[in-house]
Design a protein. Structure first.
Length: 322
């Protein structure tokens, strides 16, 4: 019987199907597994279900002598050395598509909460500071009819743009390549270089993958291009933003505010970020809708079983091995 290691307890009963066919072990603690702990168990595993924070580097992969598949419970897979896995014939799979709408919804939740100062309002009411309506009480920036800039127009970026139609927004996008004409027309999208997008957008929402080219894509120079009334939203990857530069921009009111679900050194925050009132901080929960998370379990279980049974998995990151 095959052995499968799961680095974090997953929601629902989706692992029961895996247990009926494999020996399944779940890391027992409610925290990220360390590299040393992974090295201690990986040699005995035929498959491993990993989280985005798990360091699946070349050393860990080499230690997985029996390993046939690494299933990342996430869309991203920058935590996995895919070249090392491919060199050893190990399949790498992820969970695309199913979390598109949940992630787009949450980007909008951050956008609206930041623009209209919802978290500050909640805090004010809870501590007894609300003494009645006032003309200047927590005045924020409005959303309807403004300009949205989307950086990274993949599935999630396009889903965010689709929601902007309901707010009658002008939507700019920047992407590695232009989208087909019919997609631009359907979503009312206008292609722009990054500099133009940053200068003209009232809201900038990041949806690009983390690559060497996108690391610190938004730094001090880029933040200075943005309007002082602009809001930055990041539900992509933390290192896409230079967090030190962002803290300075928020502190100096170079931009109006930010809404973050991901962080450069996650789960740690850059010093000073937590003390700022003009940033909304979420604990990496953009995909945390129950329906979405259960579908993600099904995807990784299906693909793990496919590989173990000698079949091509549905969501293969490194297709060259099959």
């Amino acid at each position: 019987m095959y052995s499968v290691y799961v680095t974090r307890k997953l929601p629902g009963q989706g692992l029961d199907r895996l247990r009926s066919l494999c020996n399944v072990t779940i890391f027992p603690e409610d925290r990220n597994i360390t590299k040393a702990e992974l090295l201690g168990v990986i040699a005995q595993q035929d498959a491993v279900i990993t989280m985005l924070a798990d360091p699946i580097d070349a050393e860990v992969i080499a230690a997985g002598e029996k390993l046939k598949v690494i299933a990342n419970y996430a869309v991203g897979f920058n935590n996995i050395d895919t070249a090392a896995a491919s060199a050893r014939g190990i399949a790498v799979v992820n969970t695309p598509d199913v979390l598109t709408d949940a992630s787009a919804d949450f980007a909008w939740a951050l956008l609206l909460a930041t623009a209209r100062r919802a978290i500050e309002g909640d805090s004010l009411v809870r501590r007894g500071g609300f003494v009645g309506w006032a003309p200047e009480l927590l005045v924020g920036v409005e959303v309807h009819g403004k300009t949205l800039g989307i950086v990274g127009a993949g599935r999630i970026g396009q889903a965010v743009a689709r929601r902007a139609l309901g707010f009658n927004m002008r939507t700019l996008y920047h992407n590695r390549s232009r989208l087909p004409d019919h997609v631009e027309k359907e979503l009312n999208l206008t292609y722009a270089d990054l500099g133009t997008l940053l200068k003209e957008a009232d809201f900038v929402s990041l949806h690009c993958p983390l690559t060497p080219e996108t690391r610190h894509l938004i730094g001090a120079a880029e933040l200075r291009l943005m309007k002082p009334t602009a809001v930055l939203i990041n539900t992509a990857r933390g290192p896409v933003v230079d967090e030190a530069a962002l803290v300075q921009a928020l502190r100096e009111r170079t931009i109006y505010g930010a809404g973050l679900d991901v962080y450069e050194a996650e789960p740690a925050l850059h010093p000073g970020l937590a003390e700022l009132s003009n940033v909304v901080l979420a604990p990496h929960i953009a995909s945390a809708g129950m329906e979405t998370r259960l579908k993600m379990v099904d995807l990784v279980v299906n693909d793990v079983l496919a590989v173990l049974q000698g079949e091509r998995p549905r969501n293969l990151v490194n297709p060259q091995i099959f």
